[in-house]
Design a protein around this ligand. Structure first.
Ligand code: GLV
Length: 331
């Protein structure tokens, strides 16, 4: 029987052609959950998975896929995957780092500027028919918050956090940074997380969601943020306590927030966060440019192609599975 790679959603372009010589390809329409509903024979045929960040790859799924030999996710974050469970089974997990750095940093900065200068609110104001002759330009009309000369605190100084710091310097901001690894980054004043929250006018989150970072910005930490600060999150919703954030916005402690990611996606339309006029939201589009997404798909396919050819994946989050994983690949 030919090895089968299951792709959980249709992917753009002809990207899967590179895999065709090595396997049979099955593209699902609606995500990995459809795979769990297939017959035992279908599931047993699954040798590799190319998935998205919306596909939970957990132990029940792994138990349903006895011949799974690799997982390649079209994402840099892998919090939707139980990596520990896959590592225990010597199954490599691929991701797509690097190529989405600038697109995601741009999104963070777009949210920062939009929140500071009330861009979404102004848009709603005009479309709502509120900009009338009696409410024209005036010295105190639609005032926002200065960006230049203010302090940005970057939580997480990996590649995306560093790209945000370069943008911030260009906008005349002072940049503070904190990262669990304690690394030094040129142009960034390294401080403790406590000091960063206390001093920053803007805080932007750039960490992976892990058991250590889940709820990192909890109610207690949010309460220590500088009065009038703005929180930007393009990393993962689970890092920020959203109820505490909504409360801090409602009380006026925080000025605004720019959010691309949420604890539950899609966020419910009646979520308390959406009630606050200073909250600017976009639907998890940090890396959503045509070129960036094409590069992410290419990397995910390259990871799968390597696995199919009995080689280590070029971008593997659990490389400790090698060399054992190679001997388990049926080539
Ligand atoms: C996007 O959130 C990603 O993890 O690629």
């Amino acid at each position: 029987m030919r090895r089968r790679v299951v792709v959980t959603h249709p992917l753009p372009g002809e990207c899967l052609e590179a895999l065709a010589p090595h396997c049979e390809i099955r593209v699902l329409e609606g995500g990995v959950r459809y795979l769990s509903e297939q017959s035992g024979e279908e599931r047993a045929a699954c040798h590799g998975l190319i998935c998205l960040l919306t596909d939970p790859i957990d132990t029940p799924l792994l138990e349903a896929l006895p011949n799974l030999r690799f997982v390649s996710s079209v994402s840099v974050g892998v919090d939707h995957i139980d990596v520990e469970a896959l590592t225990a089974r010597s199954i490599p997990v691929g991701n797509t780092p690097g190529v989405l750095v600038d697109a995601t940093a741009d999104t963070a900065f777009a949210l920062l500027l939009a929140a500071a200068r009330r861009v979404a609110e102004g848009d709603r104001y005009i479309r709502g028919g509120n900009w009338r002759p009696e409410s024209r330009w005036s010295p105190d009309f639609f005032l926002g918050k200065d960006v230049s000369g203010s302090t940005l605190g970057i939580v997480g100084l990996g590649a995306i956090g560093q790209a945000v710091s370069r943008r911030a310097v260009g906008f005349g901001m002072n940049v503070l940074g904190w990262t669990p690894s304690g690394r030094n980054v040129p142009g960034v004043d390294k401080v403790s997380l406590e000091e960063l929250l206390l001093r920053s006018d803007f805080v932007s989150v750039h960490l992976a969601l892990t058991p250590e970072t889940r709820n990192l910005l909890d109610a207690a930490r949010i309460a220590t943020m500088k009065p009038g600060a703005v929180l930007v999150n393009t990393a993962r919703g689970g890092i920020v306590d959203e109820s505490a954030l909504a409360a801090a916005l409602d009380s006026g402690q925080l000025y605004a927030a720019g959010l691309d990611v949420f604890a539950r996606e899609p966020i419910a339309p009646d979520d308390p966060l959406l009630r606050h006029p200073g909250v600017v939201v976009v639907p998890h589009i940090g890396s959503a440019t045509t070129l960036t997404r094409a590069k992410m798909v290419d990397l995910a396919v390259a990871n799968a192609a390597a696995a199919l050819q009995g080689q280590p994946m070029p971008h593997c989050v659990n490389p400790e599975v090698y060399p054992l994983a190679l001997s388990r690949q049926i080539t």
